[in-house]
Design a protein around this ligand. Sequence first.
Ligand SMILES: Nc1ncnc2c1ncn2[C@@H]1O[C@H](COP(=O)(O)OP(=O)(O)OP(=O)(O)O)[C@@H](O)[C@H]1O
Length: 238
Amino acid sequence: MLNRRQTVKKLISACHLTKNYRERPIVDNISLEIEEGETIALIGSNGAGKTTTISMLLGILPQDSGTIAYWTTDYKKEIGTQLQSTPFFEGYTVEDNLKLFAAFYNVDLTNKMIDERLASFDLLQAKKTPAIKLSMGQQKRLAILVTTLHNPRLVILDEPSAGLDPRGQKEIQNMIKNLKENGVAVLFSSHDMLEVTKVADRIIIMNQGKIIANGSPDHLLEQYHAQNLEDLFFELTK
Ligand SMILES: Nc1ncnc2c1ncn2[C@@H]1O[C@H](COP(=O)(O)OP(=O)(O)OP(=O)(O)O)[C@@H](O)[C@H]1O
């Protein structure tokens, strides 16, 4: 996907981001970078500030202070995103949704391309099914499929595998790996340490609005002399 585009190294550079609700710091002076092609897991307990951070990076929520620099001016259209719930329109089939998002992204999709895309996300058999009738796993896959139709350079996913059974989780992990193989950078939030270990090149741990660790799994385990990520997470967030 990248060969069509100009090569850049840094996609997002966020500096000293802060968000307060009623004077309570929800995101507290965090800085992070997203580089081309890397898969980053954003982890933290409930309420740590992950969704708020993601929302600011996506430009959905304005930060109270700090700056975010993007590799492109049209980042809202260029970043693929799947938030915790993707609204599919009542009565629209899977195929309709693909066409709708393709129109939004200004992407031409032939019928053959639609079938190929659906098949690669294991959704071809559900082509004529209303999207809101799909299983949760299928809906998550469709949500990621529609957000990658325009071959984005960066995809941001908020808890993509939450609530899925082991097979559904594995399918999401494979999708993330597949994006990586195609040179797409991915930032995803997760509560599942095994998932994080399997797919992330880099882990950012948030706690009470702050980034308390940031590095590759191996580097973090070595730095903190931890046996595994779960132990490390509990140790750092206790
Ligand atoms: N609009 C809002 N007004 C007030 N407080 C808010 C608002 N949005 C979020 N918060 C609070 O900010 C904190 C961080 O929320 P956020 O959703 O970013 O956490 P999270 O790490 O994504 O949690 P989870 O893992 O449960 O999704 C929580 O305490 C939440 O209640």
